[in-house]
Every structure is written in structure tokens, then in C-alpha cells.
Design a protein around this ligand. Structure first.
Ligand code: BGC
Length: 746
């Protein structure tokens, strides 16, 4: 009635305008993109719920507790959940166990469901290559698919939230957690962060098969001094903003649901008590809407850091900094009431933290479908399509570091000797963070090679030589190698040697493996080394003396099949290094995008930035990797020689496969600015694309260079494109390539 009256009182044009507005609004509602989230509706539900909550229930939402490593819940969880005094768990997994605990939460006064979380880092049950390896594919589709499979399996097992992606930049491979991230480069790391968040969450993380993601560890955790895990960091604001922050920002722009506060001290204020990080940057500058969870006991660790005298002070500092949920330690819950009473935290601060947690729970859809489908789980875990995707991801992650023609193995082979403990190891291929992965599911390297070799090729095996093996008797290995047409030595690190709390002071090949390789070589055998590891190792001798070196990282459940695919030439390796491979530990921290110094390294000039006893060049540069095919780049072009600051141009080059094999090349684009208001790196990656070309095929590869690629932070940290001259390279690693220059006008 009222609407009709209003309409009658309006002029024809106004009515027409209103009709158009109504039509547009209706279209917006009904044609909203799939996965669009009803944010206003969620805010209403959050506030309605919040207004009914007691203090105990509010604090409960901020508490996350750990289940057992095997996925079992703890009896105390049931008690707390029934009281509405628990918000989330980690580790508890498996549809039946999750449902048992969830039912307890649903029996609580307000029936707020628990958010089940887990470290699903590179797969849940089907384990994919470690994240560093996935990044070495330089293929965001593969990385997205890996996260998507991990999400589907997790979801089937009742998990709704993963502590991934880990987006910490790592410039020091002594730090064991380099394996969990995307290496040293911010541009590459940001692309991978987006792909992973998208793979886990899709456009809407309540959708079937999707889970909420968590960008961690905020921030600068990878800058640990001396590469020692958990160590303090001291990083300038420029380096934070230029190097460490962008992958987090990329994750946020992709809609990441949560952040995790890091363990480390940052410039004198531990991340978990760092208001500048948690509130000024994350909330005020970037507008983050989700919640922040502390890392494992990081709230109570503020006492060890020396910034809090006791649990109460730790809780007050973390909560007021902007850490919303406390993982494992319990100071929010034990001290919250007192802190409120003493006005050391405000009711509004507490409510805001609870609001953020509830918001993510609503967005995750767990109020509407809190239980897992117990029948679905078995069909989803290790589904054939998942195993196939894991094998493909592994193949695409391998990096061929050296090849004098020994690979692919010749079709005329009649015998192979496989050497080294790692070849038959079922745990090492999974790497650190195995989710719910089981060693019994792993196809080890030996098995993969035997299956591919079939009856026609004899495969002998010697387990002599390994990361923990200290013996000097190599006779078994030499015996196996003696009559073989090809010798494949699988060497590197075991499962425990990288990952959390697995920093190493030396990048040397551990155990007796180098001596083993030397003994095999001394026996006159051409040796192919298959390297399994989570970080670069000192392999100068291998690169100089062996026939081929293939980096396979920790390739996951389908390791053996993937290695066989590549060694036998059923697939060609095409991955590239996501870090600069040092020659020796003494070079680290080590990264290609360093600044130039006033006295750039010059091997012939004493007073230049160099070492007396070691080259300053890498063993292999960032972005490096060979293929069984050969490619050429030619015809470099820039579409303009001068552009305005708001303009853009296209840089392009012609890639040609000049071999008789189909293969992949990763074409990379780098820039350098010669003179600017702040010193700029000698090269910065600003584009990449992995392409497959058939024999003889050519393709022009184009990169757009605009604001995003050319801008950087001026002296006040404003992102700008400054006038001046820029050099551009199109190349197949961070060294060499085709080059030209252009100018940005005033
Ligand atoms: C790690 C995090 C992880 C958490 C929960 C911590 O020790 O630093 O990366 O997500 O444990 O397992």
C-alpha cells in the first residue's frame, strides 16, 4: 500500500528511475556471483549471538586447544565444549571423532559449533610435494589444485580450517622452515599465496570441499637471526613492507579467513604483542575482517620474551595488540575476568575479538552444517584423482640441475643400480607436516623405479649411504653398481631434517653421502644423483663430477611414480629454483634481489663487496632449471621507449623449442631501476609464465608492465612509479637473458 502511494506521488521519470534501481538491485541479489557471501546477514547473526553471551562463553570462543597427534580428542574437550567454553581445536580429525566433539558443543546453551583446525600444509591424506617444491613448479594452477585437493580431503575428515598457507619469505636456508614456504622471492611468493588461498577457500569457504585458510606467520618469522628457528628478527620497515609483507597482503586480497601471529620478536616487540602489526597494519591499513590466532603457546611465550611478567600481562598485551584467539596456552581464559575487572582490557576489545571469531565461523558455514558426513570420508581420502594430481604436481616440481646427457635413461638399458637409504624410505618423501598422511601409502623411489622398469630391466638395490649413516664401508653399494648400466644414487635429507625446529648450521650433505658418491665415482661409474631435501645443500662436488643431478625435494605420496616418469623420460622436468642456491653455507643469507652496494662485487678488485675465499655467485641462480628439451629466446621487444607514470608497456620475446622433444620452459621477466629515491635491487622478478612447447614450436611471450610491476615504495612508503630509466630482462633464470630499457617520463 505504502509503496503504491509513494509511486503515485512520483513523476514518470522518477518511477522509471526507481524501476531501474529496483531491477539493478534485484539483479545484484539474484545474479550475485556464485559463492558471494551475505555479509550483512552474517553481521546481524554475529551481533545477535554476541548480545546473548556470558563472559565465560565469550572467553571460550577465544580458546583453541590441541587434540592428540593421532587425531584423538581429549576428554576435557567434551566437558569444555558442553559448557560453551571452547572455540576451536587443532589436531582432532576424522569425521566420527569430530562429530562426537561437535555434538557436545551443539548441546551447549548457545549451540555455537567448534571450528576444527589442522596443519594441512601440503595435503591431508594424499600428500603433495612440500610447499617449496610446489612453488618450484612456477605453476599457480598446480599449486591451486594441490590446495584444493587438500581442502576436499580435510573437509571430508571434518576439518574446516587449515593453518596454511605459510607465506614467510626465507632468505636463509639454514632455517628449516624454508621448506614450508615459497622461497626467497616476494613476487613469486605472492602469486603462490593467492593460488593457495584460492585452492583452499575458493570464492566461499563454506562451499562443499572448501575450508578456511590462515596466512602465517605474521610477520617476518623467516628473518630469524642465524637461521635458527624461533629466533629474534630485526628488520627495517622498508624491508618488511617490500619483502616480508606482500605475500600476506596477497593472501588477504584473495580473501584469506585468518592470520596467525608469529613466534618471533620483531624489532623489540614480539609479533604476538605487536599492536603495530596486528592492528595498525592488518586492520587499519589493510582492512582485514577475519581473526588472528596466536601460534602455539605464543601468548604465554611473551613471558620468556621478557615483555610480560605473567600470564595476565601476556594475555592483556596479546589481546589488546589484536590477537583474537589463543592457541593452546590458556591465559585469555584464566585471566580474562580479572583483566576486565582491572580495566586492563575493555569489554569492547573482548567483544571485538569474539565478533571476529564468530564471523569466520558463520562464513565457514558451520552453524548451518556443523557435522561431517561420516560415509563420505573413506571415498574422498586417497581418491584416484587425488593421487593422480599429486603425481603430476611432483613431476612438475622437479628441477633438473645438471645433465650431461645421462638423462633421460636410455631405452637400451638392461640394468640399473639404485643406491642409498632414502631410495626405500617411505617417510622422507612425505617431508615435514604430513597432515594425516601415512608412510604406508607412499610409493617410494625404489618401488616406482621397479614398477616402471618392469621385467625387461634388472633393478638392483643397496641401502648403503644415507643422511644418518656414518659408515665408510661402501662395498655393498659398489657391488650393486658394478654391473649396472646406470647408477642412481638417492641422497639428501630425511623427513626430520627440515621443517619446524629443524634448522641446521651447515648445508653440507648429511651423513656419509658425499663420501658414498665419491666412492661410486672413483669406481669409474657415471652417477645420476636424485636429491631429496627441503633446502639447498652444498653440492658443488656433485655438480662438477656427476653425470646428472635431479632435485626432487620431498615429493609426497606419489614420489616413486613421479621420479620414474622423469628419469625414464615419460615426462620432462621443467621446474625452476625458488631460491638462489648457495655454493657454501658461509654465503647465507643469500638472495638474487640484493642491492648493488657502493662497491659491487668484482672478483679482481680487493676493495669490492666479496669474500677472499669464496665466489659470491650462486651454485645455481634463482629461477634456474634445465629441461630435456632445448629452448631459445630471441626477438626481444618493448612496445614503447617512454611511458608516462600512469602508463604501461608490453615486453615480449620469442620462445622456441629447438629440440625434438616436447617440454616446458619458465619464461621470467625482471626489472631494474638505475636511480631512484631509494636504492633498488639489482633485479626484481615482475612476471613469469610456464609454457609447454612441442618440438619446433615457437611462441611470443608477452608481459605487461604497468603500475603494479613498476611501482615501489617512496621515502614515505607510498607506492609510486617514479620517473627514470628502467632495464628489463626476459630470461630463463635470474641471470642473463635478453635485455632492453625504457624511460618513465616526468
Ligand atoms: C607452528 C605453526 C603451526 C602450529 C600448530 C606451531 O608450532 O609454528 O606453523 O600451525 O604449531 O600446529
Amino acid at each position: 500500500m505504502r509503496f503504491t502511494k509513494v509511486i503515485q506521488g512520483l513523476e514518470y521519470t522518477e518511477v522509471k528511475l526507481m524501476k531501474i534501481i529496483i531491477a539493478v538491485l534485484a539483479a545484484a541479489v539474484f545474479c550475485a556471483p556464485a559463492g558471494a557471501v551475505d555479509q550483512a546477514g552474517i553481521e546481524r547473526r554475529v551481533n545477535a549471538l554476541l548480545s546473548r553471551m556470558t563472559l565465560e562463553e565469550k572467553l571460550g570462543q577465544l580458546q583453541q586447544l590441541a587434540g592428540e597427534a593421532n587425531g584423538d580428542l581429549h576428554p576435557e574437550h567434551l566437558v569444555l565444549a558442553k559448557k560453551g567454553a571452547l572455540g576451536s581445536t587443532l589436531h582432532v580429525r576424522g569425521a566420527a571423532r569430530v562429530n562426537e566433539l561437535q555434538k557436545a558443543a551443539l548441546a551447549s546453551r548457545l549451540k555455537i559449533p567448534l571450528l576444527f583446525s589442522f596443519d594441512v600444509i601440503h595435503g591431508y591424506r594424499t600428500i603433495f610435494p612440500v610447499p617449496l617444491a610446489e612453488t618450484a613448479s612456477w605453476d599457480t594452477d598446480i599449486v591451486r589444485e594441490a590446495a584444493s585437493v587438500a581442502a576436499a580431503e580435510s573437509r571430508a575428515a571434518g576439518i574446516r580450517w587449515t593453518f596454511a598457507p605459510m607465506v614467510d619469505i626465507a632468505r636463509d636456508p639454514r632455517w628449516g622452515r624454508i621448506v614450508e614456504g615459497s622461497g626467497e622471492d616476494t613476487w613469486l611468493g605472492s602469486a603462490m599465496a593467492r593460488a593457495r588461498v584460492n585452492g583452499f577457500q575458493g570464492a566461499d569457504y563454506s562451499a562443499p570441499g572448501k575450508i578456511a585458510a590462515c596466512a602465517k606467520h605474521w610477520a617476518a618469522y623467516g628473518a630469524a637471526e642465524g637461521g635458527r628457528d624461533y629466533n629474534s628478527t630485526d628488520v627495517s620497515e622498508r624491508t618488511l613492507r617490500e619483502i616480508y609483507f606482500p605475500p600476506f597482503k596477497a593472501a588477504l586480497e584473495e580473501g584469506v579467513a585468518t592470520f596467525m601471529s608469529a613466534f618471533n620478536d620483531l624489532n623489540g616487540v614480539p609479533a604476538t604483542a605487536n599492536r603495530w602489526l596486528m592492528t595498525d597494519i592488518l586492520r587499519k591499513e589493510w582492512g582485514f575482517q577475519g581473526f588472528v590466532v596466536s601460534d602455539y603457546t605464543a601468548v604465554d611465550e611473551l613471558i620468556n620474551h621478557g615483555i610480560a611478567a605473567d600470564g595476565a600481562e601476556a594475555a592483556a598485551k596479546a589481546l589488546t595488540a589484536g590477537v583474537d584467539m589463543e592457541m593452546v596456552s590458556r591465559s585469555y581464559n584464566s585471566e580474562g575476568a580479572r583483566l576486565l575487572k582491572e580495566k586492563r582490557i575493555s569489554p569492547a576489545q573482548l567483544d571485538e575479538a569474539v565478533r571476529r571469531v564468530l564471523r569466520v565461523k558463520f562464513r565457514a558455514g558451520i552453524f548451518d552444517s556443523p557435522l561431517a558426513d561420516e560415509k563420505e570420508e573413506a571415498d574422498v581420502l586417497l581418491a584416484p584423482a587425488h593421487l593422480k594430481a599429486a603425481r603430476n604436481a611432483a613431476v612438475r616440481s622437479f628441477v633438473l640441475l645438471k645433465n650431461d646427457g645421462a638423462l633421460p635413461l636410455s631405452g637400451a638399458l638392461s640394468s640399473i643400480a639404485v643406491i642409498g637409504a632414502l631410495a626405500a624410505d617411505k617417510e622422507a618423501p612425505l617431508g615435514p607436516w604430513v597432515g594425516d598422511g601415512r608412510a604406508r601409502d607412499t610409493v617410494d623411489i625404489l618401488r616406482g623405479l621397479r614398477e616402471r622398469a618392469g621385467a625387461g630391466i634388472k633393478v638392483s638395490y643397496s641401502p648403503v649411504g644415507g643422511p644418518l649413516d656414518k659408515s665408510t664401508d661402501f662395498s655393498g653399494a659398489l657391488e650393486a653398481a658394478r654391473g649396472a648400466d646406470a647408477v642412481i644414487a638417492v641422497v639428501g635429507e630425511n623427513q626430520e631434517m627440515s621443517g619446524e625446529a629443524s634448522s641446521r648450521s651447515s648445508l653440507a650433505l648429511p651423513g656419509n653421502q658425499l663420501e658414498l658418491l665419491k666412492a661410486l665415482r672413483a669406481a669409474g661409474k657415471p652417477v645420476i644423483a636424485v636429491l631429496m631435501n627441503g633446502r639447498p645443500l652444498e653440492i658443488g662436488w656433485l655438480a662438477d663430477n656427476l653425470s646428472a643431478v635431479l632435485e626432487i625435494w620431498h615429493p609426497g605420496t606419489m614420489a616413486g611414480g613421479a621420479v620414474a616418469d622423469v628419469l625414464f623420460g615419460d615426462a620432462s622436468p621443467g621446474g625452476k629454483l625458488p631460491f638462489s642456491w648457495p655454493r657454501a653455507t658461509g654465503q647465507v643469507p643469500f638472495y638474487y634481489n640484493h642491492r648493488n652496494t657502493g662497491r659491487p662485487a668484482n672478483p679482481d678488485a680487493k676493495y669490492s663487496s666479496r669474500y677472499l675465499d669464496l665466489a659470491i655467485t650462486p651454485q645455481f641462480p634463482f629461477g634456474y632449471g634445465l629441461s630435456y628439451s632445448s629452448f631459445t629466446l630471441s626477438g626481444f621487444e618493448l612496445s614503447a621507449s617512454v611511458i608516462p607514470a600512469k602508463g604501461s608497456l608490453i615486453a615480449s620475446a620469442l620462445l622456441e623449442n629447438v629440440s625434438s622433444r616436447a617440454g616446458d620452459e619458465v619464461v621470467q621477466l625482471y626489472i631494474r631501476r638505475k636511480a631512484a629515491s631509494s636504492t633498488r635491487p639489482v633485479r626484481e622478478l615482475r612476471g613469469f609464465t610456464r609454457v609447454t612447447l612441442l618440438p619446433g614450436e615457437k611462441r611470443r611471450i608477452e608481459f605487461k608492465l604497468g603500475h603494479k610491476e613498476l611501482g615501489f615504495l617512496d621515502e614515505k612508503f607510498r607506492f609510486k612509479v617514479e620517473p627514470g630509466e628502467l632495464t628489463v630482462w626476459i630470461s630463463t633464470s635470474s641471470e642473463g637473458g635478453l635485455t632492453g630499457s625504457f624511460r618513465v617520463s616526468k
